[in-house]
Write a protein that binds this ligand. Sequence first.
Ligand code: MSP
Length: 768
Amino acid sequence: MTDSATNSRYFLTTPIYYVNARPHLGHAYSTIVCDAIARRKRALGIETWFLTGTDEHGQKIERSAEKAGRSPQEFADAISGEFSGLWQRLGISNDDFIRTTSERHKRGTQKLFTELRNRGFIYKGSYTGQYCVSDELYVDGPPGTVCPDCGRVTETVSEENYFFKLSAFERKLLEFYEANPDFMGPESTRREVISFVRGGLKDLSVSRTSFSWGIPVPGDEKHVIYVWLDALANYMTALGYGSDDPADQTRFAKFWPADLHLIGKEISRFHCVYWPAFLMAAGIPLPRAVRANGWLLFDQGKMSKSRGNIVRADTVQEVLGVDALRYFLLREIPFGQDGGFSFEALVQRYNGDLANGYGNLVSRVVNMVHKYFGGVLPEAGIPTAAEDALRESALCAIAAFGPEFDAMNFSEALKSLWSLVAETDGYLTANAPWKRPTDRPEAEHVLLQARVLATAAEAIRIITALVYPILPDAAAKVWLQLGQGEIADAAKNAFLTQISWGGLQAGTHFAEPAPLFPRAEKDAVARMQQIEEQNSLSVIEAAGGKAVSANGPVSAIEPVSVNEPALINEPVLKGHDFSRAVIATKNAGALAPEAKTNTKEAIMSEESAKQKSWDNAPVDSIGVQAQDEAWAYETVAQASAPVPTEPAAPTPAPPPVAEPQHITIDDFIKVDLRVAQILVAERIPKADKLLRLEVDLGYEKRQILAGIAQYYEPEKLVGRKIIIVANLAPRKMRGLESNGMLLAASLEGGAPVLAGFLEDVPLGARLK
Ligand code: MSP
């Protein structure tokens, strides 16, 4: 995060969220990170504007609305309301919430489009490509390519479109990245973006005629503006770009350019290539920094609706409180990397760091000030070496926390602050103000109590001030207990600029102690799981039109995700009832990034636009149990009992069946077959038949247990490219989770021969 050039104002944004998927922890993660930054900036006296919102246009939303029997606007209203409602419940401190269907946004986006056209960067051209008439989408590939969505053969069509001269910005962008090394991060994002641009940029189609749910192109209303141009413009339209109102113009002049666009890593191309190019072309200053967060993983996959592996923030809030969630996300996941979420890890962190750590420390000290000094902070008196040491540590914590936080190393910042929590705890225990040794005179003991409690309380004050942006609720309670009043008022007065040792005055009246982080009960994990189960049940009912939610709002709409393959007309599935799943490989990874295509410029259909990764890969799909797995070499499927003892021997090929059972192309495309490379192969103790493999799919790594130990030496497998069924429901064996299945020919006697390729094939490539 680079500091604002002026240092006196700061504008930061989250991505605007699609209204197809209802909010889950993945969305909450990006928003919470921004909220913590915004709170710290404000408490440093920096005038801050924090923007979030929803992205509501596009063909998929149009279609999802149709399926739900609603107008697109009604549909968008319902889901957008879920996002804004959740942010309110979580106490997110955004200053504005932009919706791309709002008038102010439409006006500003049209202005940007016009500006680009007037400056000669948008021209009308025609596009020829493969089109699936049934699904109304462009598919990348040569004539004859099959639609990844419905399996029908595509047609070659030509369409008139507006194009943006992206090709003119290749060199300028590279020069810009060179001159502004802090513009994008983390390093992996920077490298990917630069190599993408170096690979060559082609002009970008920025209008569509195949659907109408979008912002009309000014003066040519049969076209709607490309969703990403529409979406990216939100960062300016929300500030007032395109408005004639002087107040809007002042706000825009004051806060633009943005200091930070915080995004998920999968959308860095849009923010680091297209967005700066649009702005350069329009003659508008570029944002100062774009930072990409990694993915929140759950059950080893990216948390997403279509995988059915989502957890909602409401669930955690209900059981442990919102601060627990904030702390976990920022402490547990080094920013920029992917990070696993599990209820177990959450409860462990909560109990260890919050309930037994900070919460317990505060409660001990505040209680003792009440017990021994009637709630009035005593004079600390003359410090001994122990107090000097704690003071030193607190000063170090102050010096370390800010820079770590501002560099977005939240986890490190918290780690170092929590050493001060531990040290203060240790200091209390070592001095035991609650226990008077028989040889210590009463008066001397009271002096010790005063010194120790006043010193510990001061350390708590510092910890609380620093951690306020991350634990706003808890910090507010502690601030009150320390007799410091409302922390929100302190934040308005830029209290973080004055944090130094010695701020607590003797004579301060402490408020009554109040519980901060009650220890999580043993059943906390089960409770959260149960709430999620109930929620998914209520979603199922919602899909059938009888929405009843035990927790949080459930609208009757259960939309289909835009950017991920979706369960059509099916609710989120939890547990293992995959029999009901209808998988659609919408937006499957077959669509390459447009700059790599052989057409003039691949039109980023709404579908492929949402295929947001760098290469073909991330088909985000829910595991689906193949109807007939016998054709594939199912290495672990035999062990279907919950606690398998020994993996079953490999299955020989099934005897030919009398009646050939045909499947349709629709059945076939349910199975997500992918190229993977074995990174690690090892035996599993006490399991003669199983090997534990770690495989790389290009877009993610995963663990697969394969019953091939009797036939393959693990060392010889490393580096080998294989084919896996990537969307098989995970299974647990010997306490290890298997995520996928290898394909192999099954020879007589059960010996498997792994399937592979003669040619070199990229990792993650899909087999069709
Ligand atoms: N609408 C576009 C963004 C346009 S911004 C001009 C979009 N929306 S999205 O809803 O699909 O995702 C938005 C963001 O949600 C991601 O970029 C990311 O920040 C966050 N996340 C959604 N799922 C996530 C995880 N599982 N983990 C971490 N963040 C995730 O893309």
